[in-house]
Design a protein around this ligand. Structure first.
Ligand SMILES: C[S@@+](CC[C@H](N)C(=O)[O-])C[C@H]1O[C@@H](n2cnc3c(N)ncnc32)[C@H](O)[C@@H]1O
Length: 226
């Protein structure tokens, strides 16, 4: 599923314009992003050292977690993928406001993201609160699918983690089934993160706060790419 071209939008708003203006060195549209395939470190981050880990957050939203992670791990590189322009720019703006230089964002469709990377190019990957597509006829739209996991596994470095959170218990059970038969090793999982030992070290994202206020339990899975 390709997304519409940003460059040819008939009425680009301030967030769209920021991709090519204020944040031109920090954000990429869906045509620019694939050109970095295999060369993210060198060409997007100007870091020639292939040993520096490059992490990825899928669907950054307003960037609360994204900016926190970038600030907490200045020695690692962080790329964020977002479909919508406002959260895309909010995410990178938050990092820049804190003086961070180790993050970039790209407008890209998460379903296609394995095509952005070569095998072993990525380290840790975060997927927090993707659309749950609750109705059974919509399950085919869920991001966590066997094929997607296989391709993501390929582009991650051995020893990297994949961290998944959702407010949908149905999606959580669906995802766990697929994780269990995927090449990943399940390191940790809980259907109720905030009643678990993992709550202490957990960073609460923007949507997570809303779901907690609604009384929803949060599912967490941490996987290892061996
Ligand atoms: C429910 S929000 C969660 C945001 C953030 N992870 C959080 O926890 O607060 C889901 C985000 O994923 C983005 N998104 C949805 N479908 C996407 C796709 N196919 N590719 C990339 N981003 C997508 C949405 O624009 C939205 O910002």
């Amino acid at each position: 599923m390709r997304v519409s071209s940003t460059k040819t939008l008939p009425a680009p708003n301030a967030y769209v314009q920021a991709i090519y203006g204020e944040f031109a060195d920090w954000s990429y549209d869906e045509e620019q992003a694939p050109k970095f395939r295999g060369r993210w470190r060198e060409d997007a981050f100007q870091k020639a050292d292939s040993a520096v880990p490059l992490d990825l957050e899928i669907g950054t939203g307003n960037g609360l977690h994204f900016a926190n992670l970038a600030a907490r791990q200045p020695q690692r590189l962080l790329l964020g993928i977002e479909l919508k322009y406002k959260p895309l720019i909010q995410s990178i703006r938050r990092v820049r406001r804190d003086g961070g230089t180790n993050a970039r964002v790209a407008r890209y469709n998460a379903y296609l993201l394995p095509e952005l990377f070569t095998p072993g190019e990525l380290s840790d990957v975060y997927i927090f609160f993707p659309d749950p597509w609750e109705k059974s006829r919509q399950h085919k739209h869920r991001l966590i699918q066997d094929e997607f996991l296989g391709r993501l596994h390929e582009v991650q470095r051995p020893g990297s983690k994949l961290v998944f959170k959702t407010d949908s218990q149905d999606y959580f059970a669906w995802a766990m089934e697929r994780f269990a038969r995927s090449p990943y090793k399940i390191l940790a999982s809980t259907t109720d993160l905030h009643a678990s030992e993992y709550a202490q070290t957990n960073f609460i994202t923007q949507f997570e706060r809303i779901f907690i206020q609604q009384g929803l339990k949060i599912g967490l899975a941490v996987l290892l790419r061996e």
